[in-house]
Write a protein that binds this ligand. Structure first.
Ligand code: NAD
Length: 502
């Protein structure tokens, strides 16, 4: 069986660890590879490689660093079919969705190609007589990324293109559930001309992560994953003096107003709730319908569409599916437990995905699209993130109750409103306590040149990923105030014991 190893200092390094995790093809339910779970010493070697590559890379001109990104972008495009198939094979999402994920990651690489402009810093002439001031945006050193299973391509690419383009070196610890893509990234970066040691991949679990959180050579940690782990990462990395951005889980609501365009909204909600089998941090898992009339219409429209959904493997000859399997047998069991709890706690189960069997893929980790009506805020299926293809419809009498529900929820990643009324939409975007808002847009993921991040227990740390926040996260400001000898006259040269005011 193939073993996914580490990639350190520009080469594959066979791990000495005797611990491994299985990697499945979720569509067949069969193990296809295993991944090494590295020891602390092995992770320390990766940190050492990144640390020794840092001084030369930090001094490399931003133009040259950007040129590596340009080449990397072309290689990603040239290999996109093979890369998307690999995502689909280990994650389970359908091929078109895997290509979409790759594109969203590639857009951050495109953003990073502009680093000479983004990292220019600031300059003010004549802040005092004959005195100028300029700010440098300098790289931090070794940065670490710890990423989740659900976007094996896009989430690492939210991080390292900007970290590397700004002159840092990087150690990536991908999810042990779909680790192969990270190694492909390392190979393509090397082909693009990235010097050895600038980008390293270590595979592993908590033992590997704990080194990245505590080693004094690591300057910054970027994390994306579930909220309990995000909290742990943020607390531990911060306690060890590191910069940290830790993005957590979600429970994204949309509001269906009575004046919404029904077909457009129902189509949008279908894709957002069931795309990638609901395993997206921006998946819509709660539809809040304002008034029974629109609730009845929405539920009917969703049921019709669910009946037409094609569920099956992500890549299969002669057939394009809408939704693939979930990541593991354990995750399938957890989703089924949530569905049972919804029934037990009194929600109306309109479509039950638990019994779905896909022909020729009977052992795959499939859960069919599942629809609940009459969900109330006290139910576990409302409170917690299920991370599966389960959509809960909540009925409320008015807009204000819908807004209050969203604002009271522990998570605040994404949200959307479906309405034809501009004033309601504008008020919603002002008042909702959520980081990313869609107006008739179901999954409002910001583009690479904006920043991505939620509110409340969906994020820990002040700076979001990519866009300007990403550049700020991976650089530190140094502000230089200078006066040159030609302008030094005696009156400027005298000692002053008061706070300088220029
Ligand atoms: P996870 O938290 O289980 O794992 C994420 C990473 O943390 C993995 O690399 C894993 O190996 C590591 N990890 C797991 N347990 C650890 C521990 N005890 N100590 C140290 N490291 C540990 O998340 P997942 O199941 O891979 O991904 C799904 C979650 O990620 C969902 O909650 C989803 O909402 C969230 N997510 C959030 C965003 C966002 O932008 N906010 C994006 C994608 C995914």
């Amino acid at each position: 069986m193939e073993t996914i190893q580490n990639y350190i200092g520009g080469q594959y390094v066979a791990s000495q660890s005797s611990r491994f995790a299985p990697v499945y093809n979720p569509a067949t339910g069969k193990q296809v590879r295993q991944v090494v779970l590295s020891s602390s010493e092995e992770v320390e070697k990766a940190v050492a490689a990144a640390d020794s590559a840092f001084p030369a890379w930090a001094k490399t001109s931003p133009l040259k660093r950007a040129r590596v990104m340009f080449k990397f972008k072309v290689l990603l495009e040239q290999n996109s079919e093979e890369l998307a198939k690999l995502i689909s094979q280990e994650h389970g999402k359908v091929y078109s969705d895997a290509l979409g994920e790759l594109t969203r990651g590639l857009e951050v690489v495109e953003f990073a190609c502009g680093i000479p402009h983004l990292q220019k810093g600031e300059h003010s002439a004549n802040v005092g007589t004959g005195v100028d001031s300029h700010s440098l945006m300098q790289p931090l050193g070794v940065c670490a990324g710890i990423t989740p299973f659900n976007f094996p391509a896009m989430v690492p690419m939210w991080m390292f293109p900007i970290a590397i383009a700004t002159g840092n070196t990087f150690v990536l610890k991908p999810s042990e559930k779909d680790p192969s893509f990270a190694i492909k990234l390392a190979e393509l970066l090397q082909q693009a001309g990235l010097p050895d040691g600038v980008f390293n991949v270590v595979n592993g679990d908590k033992e590997a992560v704990d080194v990245l959180l505590t080693d004094s050579r690591i300057q910054a940690v970027s994390f994306v994953g579930s909220t309990p782990i995000a909290e742990y990462i943020y607390a531990t990395a911060s306690a060890h003096g590191k910069r940290c951005q830790a993005l957590g889980g979600a429970k994204n609501h949309c509001i269906m107003m009575p004046d919404a365009e029904l077909d457009m909204a129902a189509n949008a909600i279908m894709g957002a709730a069931f795309g990638a089998a609901g395993e997206r941090c921006m998946a819509l898992s709660v539809a809040v319908a304002v008034g029974d009339e629109i609730a009845d219409d929405l539920v009917a429209a969703l049921q019709t569409r669910i009946a037409e959904m094609r569920v099956g493997p992500g890549v299969v000859e002669g057939r394009e599916n809408d939704m693939g399997p979930v990541i593991t047998a354990q995750h399938k069991a957890s989703i089924c437990d949530y569905i049972k709890s919804g029934v037990d706690q009194g929600a109306t189960l309109l479509v039950d995905g638990r019994e779905l069997v896909v022909d020729d893929y009977e052992d795959g980790f499939f859960v069919g699209p599942t629809l609940f009506d009459g969900v109330t805020p006290d139910m576990t299926i409302y409170e917690e993130e299920i991370f599966g293809p389960v959509l809960a419809v909540v009925r409320v009498p008015d807009y204000q109750t819908a807004l209050t529900l969203i604002n009271r929820h522990q998570y605040g990643n994404g949200t959307a409103i479906f309405t034809r009324d501009g004033e309601t939409a504008r008020q919603f975007s002002e008042d909702v306590q959520v980081g990313m808002v869609g107006i008739n847009v179901p999954i409002p993921v910001p583009m690479a040149f904006h920043s991505f991040g939620g509110w409340k227990r969906s994020v820990f740390g002040p700076l979001n990923v990519h866009g300007n926040d990403g550049v700020r996260f991976y650089t530190r400001m140094k502000t230089v105030t200078s006066r040159w000898p030609a302008s030094v006259r005696l009156e400027h040269h005298a000692s002053s014991f008061t706070m300088p005011t220029m």
